[in-house]
Design a protein around this ligand. Structure first.
Ligand code: A2R
Length: 320
């Protein structure tokens, strides 16, 4: 029997390509563009393994498509509701990256507060021997109260790590979590008023878009620090840049941006921001685990079993 055809549109982690090739017939195109496929190819495609935005007309233009296996936990680049309405399963790669992202979050938080990348640059430039000690940092994690915006799989891991630092921990989600002792806030503004450090790890959705705005940033106060490891779309970047410029916010640490991989130039010139190029889950260990889960979802599906990690919008779809 011939193997199912799996399309890989656009760039993908090489480990995924090897795994797809081993179990399926791999078809690659440069982008999610129907004009790159002939009619026979379009009809042959039964699954997609991707890490990029898939437009709805692309999804709808593949008549035999059964499943989209996305690389990453955030799947805001796919209209999962639309896929579900077309009886197409969508899977993501949750859990396997939660600890890595939480580890990186703590690193970014400390980099932001204690200026560790700048202190290292000071040493490397020869400034330690020539000019003296790096400055005492005005900011510290000591005595901070941290608010976590999104206490899901990753948010919980961040909170667990923060417990070891002896800081106050608050959270905001739409629903209060059972069995969680951290202080809950019904609104993001309530939480921002109660904390001085805000960590965002909510998904990019219409409800979270630009939800961190001038009012939320102002509520953190002039000692306030904002860390984003979720999605850039969640922040009003104009408001954030203004707050950092006029020091109404002390500092920010950002791993995600509205426009990736080309963030706003204003961020690059600001002194009180620590920047990372969306690397929170980017170790070989964790990216391999994500790739394995992505392809295992396809293997299960085409083996007649339920996929491992369907997204909620399509979890009702039965195997074919
Ligand atoms: O609101 P709830 O009770 O469903 O809690 C979820 C929360 N959340 C929100 N909180 C406040 N306002 C919203 N509009 C809102 N939407 C969602 O975010 C839950 O506590 C958390 C998401 O957790 P998980 O679904 O377990 O996602 P995970 O694996 O922690 O990843 C979070 C995001 C991904 O979607 C990527 O964008 C990024 O981290 O890598």
């Amino acid at each position: 029997m011939s193997k199912p055809v799996i399309l890989v549109p656009g760039a993908i982690y090489e480990h995924v390509v090897k795994r797809v090739e081993a179990d399926f017939e791999l078809l690659r195109v440069d982008s999610a563009d129907l004009s790159l496929l002939d009619e026979t190819q379009k009809v042959s495609i039964r699954g997609i393994a991707s890490a990029i935005h898939l437009p709805n007309d692309f999804i709808a233009g593949l008549p035999s498509l059964e499943i989209i296996a996305h690389f990453g936990v955030g799947y805001d680049v796919i209209d999962a509701k639309f896929a579900g309405e077309h009886n197409i399963m969508v899977c993501n790669t949750p859990d396997v990256l939660s600890e890595e992202v939480a580890d990186t979050t703590i690193g970014l938080l400390l980099n932001t507060l204690r200026e560790l990348p700048k202190a290292e640059a000071h040493l490397r430039r020869g400034d330690w021997v020539n000019k003296g000690n790096y400055r005492l940092t005005p900011l510290t994690l000591r005595n901070r109260i941290v608010g976590i915006y999104g206490l899901g799989r990753i948010g919980q891991e961040i909170a667990t790590r923060l417990e070891g630092f002896g800081v106050g921990i608050h959270y905001h989600t739409r629903t209060k979590k059972n069995g969680v002792s951290y202080q809950y806030h019904e609104t993001l503004l309530d939480m921002a008023n109660a904390v001085d450090t805000l960590i965002s790890i909510v998904p990019g959705t219409p409800a979270t878009t630009k939800s961190i705005d001038t009012e939320i940033l102002a509520a953190l106060g002039s000692n306030g620090v904002f860390i984003n490891v979720g999605r850039g779309s969640v922040v009003d970047e104009d408001a954030l840049i203004k707050a950092l410029e006029n020091k109404s916010l002390a500092a920010a640490g950002l791993d995600v941006f509205e426009n990736e991989p080309d963030p706003r130039k204003d961020f690059l010139s600001l002194e009180n921001v620590s920047l990372l190029p969306h690397v929170a889950s980017a170790s070989v260990h964790t990216r391999n685990a994500m790739g394995d889960l992505q392809v295992d979802n396809l293997v299960n599906w085409f083996g007649g079993k339920s996929p491992i990690s369907p997204v909620p919008e399509t979890a009702h779809i039965l195997t074919k």
